[in-house]
Ligand binder design. Structure first.
Ligand SMILES: [Zn+2]
Ligand SMILES: [Zn+2]
Length: 243
């Protein structure tokens, strides 16, 4: 979730409505106050609470997702009343937050990442991507805060429990970002204006937060950037960052 004094945006709804409500309450927020829910793609770990949220009468948030991805959601009886469909790559304004969407390489219908800007603060979000093409590097530049995927450790994935077909999918150009690719990006491309990097979407089977932290810290040192690091977990909300 990201917010100014006037506008609250939730990115993805991969938890049940109940769990989302609990986690928002823990930071003094609520689902009722959210203005917009932006969806990156239709995989269940990003939308499993969405259809219920969309139907709930106390939730007034508009749901923003790409024109192609919206039909891929199982909305139940009827499509949501407040759906704002956009074209991947489009930019739009929600309250006082400027939103830029950009396509990402991932095996979903029409997956996107987002860059947000408000009051001179910029936030970049790119998770669920097989690699980082130049176009995405461009959108992540000048971000004060960056949320980037660091999904798996290649060696752990290779010897891990997934069937080979799934391993291949995860490793592919439309799969998930490895620790190695994350660290390459940090070491070569990170904008040193970025003051915080949050690494997320870690695989529970094929990665470990301490490995991610070590690799990322080493990459930041190579880059000569002093960005603070946060490793996000699935089971607890991260702290609140204020700018
Ligand atoms: Zn996905
Ligand atoms: Zn995902």
């Amino acid at each position: 979730m990201l917010a100014t004094e006037n506008t609250r945006i939730l990115v993805d709804a991969g938890l049940s409505m109940r769990e989302l409500g609990k986690r928002l309450a823990a930071i003094g927020e609520s689902l009722e106050r959210v203005d917009a829910i932006l969806i990156t793609h239709e995989h269940s770990d990003h939308v499993c609470g969405l259809a219920v949220l969309a139907r709930n009468r106390n939730v007034r948030a508009a749901i923003w997702m790409t024109r192609l991805a919206a039909p891929a959601i199982d909305w139940g009886e009827k499509p949501p009343p407040r759906l704002e469909a956009f074209q991947a790559g489009a930019s739009f304004q929600i309250g006082d937050i400027e939103v830029q969407s950009f396509g990402i390489p991932h095996d979903a219908v029409d997956p996107v990442g987002f860059a947000f800007e408000a009051q001179g603060v910029r936030i970049g979000i790119a998770t669920d991507l097989g690699y980082i093409p130049e176009s995405i590097k461009y959108h992540l530049r000048r971000a004060d805060l960056l949320l980037l995927e660091s999904n798996h450790d290649l060696d752990m994935l290779k010897v891990g429990p997934y069937p080979w077909s799934v391993k291949q999918r995860v490793m592919s150009r439309v799969g998930h970002l490895s620790n190695m690719m994350m660290s390459e990006y940090l070491a070569r491309d990170l904008d040193c204006a970025t003051s915080r990097v949050i690494l997320g979407h870690l695989s529970e089977q094929n990665n470990h937060p301490e490995i991610v932290r070590m690799i990322a810290a080493e990459a930041l040192e190579r880059r000569g950037c002093a960005a603070a690091l946060t490793i996000a977990g699935q089971h607890r909300p991260s702290e609140v960052f204020q700018y």
